[in-house]
Design a protein around this ligand. Structure first.
Ligand SMILES: [Zn+2]
Length: 465
């Protein structure tokens, strides 16, 4: 079966093809760095990570650009509330974002274009749209003229009949009911304070949508292969990107639009006012394993709503532990005779794994295939029907599948000083035969996820998964 993706543009699964042979160029809408990213945001980044890893596994050369929105309504608001410069405000969240990507074992994109570094590209795109009659000026701002682009609405499939002539919207984010000419360039006003650029299209700043059109086309060309984002971006953001880009170039902008669904927490919409809003940092501070979080974020197919639960996180952790134990046990297999059954299991696993991912990147099924492999080979290990070279081949396959999944990275075990001090205190207590205190400390550490083992060589510890 060939690689197929569900394309939001056509609402169908389509066989994948590329503009340039053997090469994929993809753009992913990245974070607006006005706050720490939440786990719903990271669902989108884990999805694009697995997508890119799988395209590479399939032998494509991949170029991925993921933008950083460091100027828009929200970043300007945030910096003004804190009374600091925009760059100073966004820098902190940008840094945090890259740290978070690393925690989740998300491989870096090839390019992270920042909006404030591409003002001249946006300026020239706005000039082109003005020259072609797709844009007009109103009170110092420049708007896209929706009536000049009859295909407007083709991605979101919205009903355009409610569109009022001359209706305009200046905000970066708005609802479907508000469909209207949208701002490409926002003329400076007092609320913007020190945030403005002097350009040929006026003194002001870019609208959010023009950022992604200008930056994606700069790095990937006028017409490229894949554009990703959450479903909430279909309208207006991606609809507007298509309008701006195609009106300016006269060419098709993107072939495949891939969107991931929302994330719910414990069955409810995540929201600060519902008390179930989590940044990645919140979860790591509570001691959750980042790779287990990654696992959970990819365990549901990207086109289904994901219900993020703490039970699910626990199950993900246990799944990982099973996988790590499996890999450890493979290394311990002594000599023995080769078993053709192992070869069969491995071949079937690779085939099933690829079939799952070829089918619109079905990560949930691909994980299932991996765990079926674990179960099947574990049985042969129990029966001692596996040779050292069988075990080696199994390990090689697991590593190859993990080049796509990215879940074999084990966290470095670090102990903070307080925990170290407690271990020392317990050793002292045992020397003094104060077993009650020693047991109490063991229990306290266990509550913090540290398991102690007293061996002939002294006390050893490991982190509970
Ligand atoms: Zn975007």
């Amino acid at each position: 079966m060939a690689l197929r993706f569900f394309n939001t543009l056509t609402r169908q699964k389509e066989e994948f093809y590329t503009v340039h042979p053997g090469e994929v160029r993809m753009y992913s809408c990245g974070p607006t760095v006005y706050d720490f990213a939440h786990i719903g945001n990271f669902r989108a980044y884990v999805f694009t990570d697995v997508l890119r890893r799988y395209l590479k596994y399939k032998g494509y050369r991949v170029t991925q650009a993921l933008n950083i929105t460091d100027v828009d309504d929200r970043t300007i608001n945030g910096s003004q509330k804190q009374g600091i410069a925009l760059r100073q405000y966004t820098e902190k969240f940008k840094k945090a974002f890259f740290e978070d990507l690393n925690s989740l074992n998300i491989k870096p994109a090839d390019i992270y274009p920042e909006a404030t570094a591409h003002i001249s590209e946006m300026e020239s795109l706005v000039k082109t749209l003005l020259a072609k009659g797709h844009a007009y000026e109103n009170q110092g701002s420049i708007y896209f003229r929706i009536s000049s682009f009859p295909q407007y609405g083709k991605l979101s499939r919205m009903d355009m009949s409610g569109l009022k002539a001359g209706a305009r919207v200046a905000a970066d984010e708005y609802e479907k009911e508000q469909v209207a000419d949208f701002a490409l360039w926002k003329g400076w006003d007092e609320k913007d304070g020190q945030v403005f650029w002097e350009t040929e299209v006026g003194k002001g700043r870019p609208g959010w949508h023009i950022e992604c059109s200008a930056m994606s086309m700069k790095y990937l060309g006028k017409h490229f292969d894949i554009h990703t984002g959450g479903v909430d971006l279909i309208f207006p953001h991606h609809e507007n990107e298509i309008a701006q880009s195609e009106a300016a170039t006269g060419e098709k902008f993107v072939n495949f639009w891939l969107h991931n669904e929302h994330l719910m927490v414990e069955g409810k919409r995540m929201g600060k006012r519902f008390g179930n809003y989590y940044t990645l940092r919140d979860l790591l501070e509570k001691g959750y394993n980042p790779i287990a979080i990654r696992y959970l974020l990819m365990a549901t197919h990207h086109r289904q709503q994901l219900n993020f639960t703490f039970d699910g996180l626990e199950a993900a952790k246990n799944g990982l532990q099973r996988l790590y134990d499996f890999v450890d046990n493979l290394k311990l297999v002594p000599g023995g005779e080769e078993n053709p059954e192992v070869q069969e299991i491995l071949q079937r696993a690779r085939k099933d794994f690829e079939e799952a991912l070829d089918d619109d990147l079905n990560t949930s099924e691909a994980l299932g295939v991996l765990f079926t492999l674990v179960k099947d080979v574990n049985r042969l290990m129990d029966e001692k029907k596996i040779s050292k070279s069988d075990a080696q081949r199994t390990q090689d396959l697991v590593s190859s599948l993990d080049s796509v999944l990215g879940i074999l990275r084990r966290e470095k075990l670090t102990l903070d000083d307080e925990v170290k001090a407690l271990i020392d205190k317990r050793i002292q207590a045992r020397k003094e035969k104060n077993f009650q205190l020693a047991d109490q400390i063991r229990k306290d550490l266990e509550d913090r996820g540290i398991i102690l083992e007293d061996t002939a060589e002294g006390t050893k510890w490991k982190k509970k998964m």
